[in-house]
Ligand binder design. Sequence first.
Ligand code: ATP
Ligand code: MG
Length: 332
Amino acid sequence: MPGHDGSEPAIEATGLVKTFGDTRALDGLDLRVPAGSVYGLLGPNGAGKTTAVRVLATLLRPDGGQARVFGHDVVHRADAVRSRVSLTGQYASVDEDLTGHENLVLLGRLLGYSKPVARERSAQLLAAFGLTDAADRQVKKYSGGMRRRVDIAASILNTPDLLFLDEPTTGLDPRSRSQVWEIIRAVVAHGTTVLLTTQYLDEADRLANRIAVVDHGRVIAEGTPGELKASIGAGMVHVRLRDPGQREDAANILAKTLDAAVEPSGDAVSLTARVTDSADDTGASVQASRALLALADAGIVVDDFSLGQPSLDEVFLALTDKPADRDLEAAS
Ligand SMILES: Nc1ncnc2c1ncn2[C@@H]1O[C@H](COP(=O)(O)OP(=O)(O)OP(=O)(O)O)[C@@H](O)[C@H]1O
Ligand SMILES: [Mg+2]
């Protein structure tokens, strides 16, 4: 199959613009998605993720900029693009009144398979997705997880080169989510490139080779999950105090010893500080140890203390929120 040799990107978009009335849903979006990978699009509600997917899948015409999918322009060569891609939408498209098997056979027939081939392919996919027992039940009687699996099965009937998955696991329980992840991994192992939008940072962290963080219709950060985490600091110190009355003192001590911004997190006794690489070249662990000693010297009782790599959640908050707008008083 062409496009899997790593040289030609699956998607290359520059300066994409899409407006709806006064809303600039896409405001100069740039994207380069290597073939053969899972690429994550992350962003808050309304960031423009679904709009980007719809433009790249040729369902929506951009007002500006350019995009190519496997080298084909999404506007001028839409047919060529469509022959290579498949879309599982945020609000998916199987027929609720038909059974799982009937849906897949119908779609197979629409793709031009003969009846026996469509039936066989349906049976294979239902088995692969653990839906054999549910094959002859109407889709409207499926659980959310089964429903999502049949959606993905429908979108890979034709083994696309590029699969768009717009929030494939939103609303699913943890078990169904991990089943969908397994399916995504299997699809990628067969050479399909996946563009995944998600609200769940752990999902992007586990599945995506690279991630673009989208906000206000633009990419504000891009990289591997590790690169994005490293970009906001060397580590995160999390502290739980015994006495909430000592939180302000503890925050001041941490800010001084770590030379870092300290933020309250969650409950009345927790604090979080982002450790950046210091000028005197001491590592994050040395700085964290100093901070712990300083708290002890001040008579502050610490119940829990940890140093870890920033989570993608913390990256996301740091990038899409304005830390200057948040402070101890505002959040407590
Ligand atoms: N058909 C439309 N008509 C008018 N406005 C739209 C339309 N589609 C999207 N928008 C607006 O464009 C912006 C981007 O929407 P989009 O659906 O792309 O965001 P999203 O990142 O997918 O959000 P979510 O995480 O909620 O799915 C939003 O402000 C939205 O209200
Ligand atoms: Mg969306």
